[in-house]
Design a protein around this ligand. Sequence first.
Ligand code: FES
Length: 346
Amino acid sequence: MSALPGSAEGTAVTGLDSSAVEVHGDLPPLTETTRAECREIMARYPVPRSALLPMLHLVQSVQGYVSPEGVALCAQELGLTKAEVGAVATFYTMFKRRPTGRHLVSVCTNTLCAVLGGQKIYDEVAAELGVHHDETTADGAITLEHAECLAACDYAPVVTVDYEFYDQQDVAAALELVAALRRGERPAPTRGAPLTDFLGVSRQLAGFSQHADAAAAQSAVDGPSAGVPTLRGVRLAAERGETAPPMAAGPPETAVFGEEPPETAVSGEEPPDTAVPGEGGGTPGAQAADAEVAAASNPAERSGAEQNHPDRPEPAGREAADRDAPAPDADGQAQSGSGTSVQREV
Ligand code: FES
């Protein structure tokens, strides 16, 4: 399938979907129960309009997409215009503009999955189902879409059904998956909760349980989670005795609009005796790293910048020379160019 400008595929690639929201007269009604649940969601937030996204998932869980009626209900409850609600609903690809099939099958065609076979999987599944991106099979079983990274690159190529993961797929596995879905089966995802359906998972995303009883809800929580690829970095760190740097006790010193910025080194002043990441350094590289640390706007950014700082103390069990040593090839021979120690062992 080619991603021609204006085609459904092109729309998905660019994210610029200007297609109209469809109107259907045979939808399940949005009832007073739906309205009451909207208000329940709104009550969870200090500012009611913060509830808009889960409210859109809720109306989608009833009608299979965000219909004009669903937009109107959200607007009415939140005191927004329909244009404001529509602007949000049409921005996010998880909100659909036409009725979705019983299952939403998403095939990742982003770079890593694509080079490992994701594009081939998408093409073969689309041909088998006879639909293009964002279209639904005639039996109403499956809506197909291709997705731009499903946040599981370590399991590429990845397919999700109703946002549940089917890892490390190939064409044969994906074709069997969609065939089973069309037969009314619910194959177990590789990780996560058992498969339900698109309406159910939309209700879950609205913040309500989609499960009939507590046991079913518990089995969803107890589903398999992190697998070997996800944990590989943790395992390597444990083998090396490496730990994450401690978090700063308080919030980082950052400039706040309208306030004086924190004190920084001034050109011409003596550098401090001991270089500490983020507190001034001698070499141009250290100074650039200092600037990155100082510019960090949150603890995670600061931690990352400190990790890359040339004056960073080495963790226990690791020599400073390790960091800049050339990476060996598969035979253990040193290569030119840099590489982290983790890269060398993975
Ligand atoms: S590239 Fe496919 S999950 Fe990230």
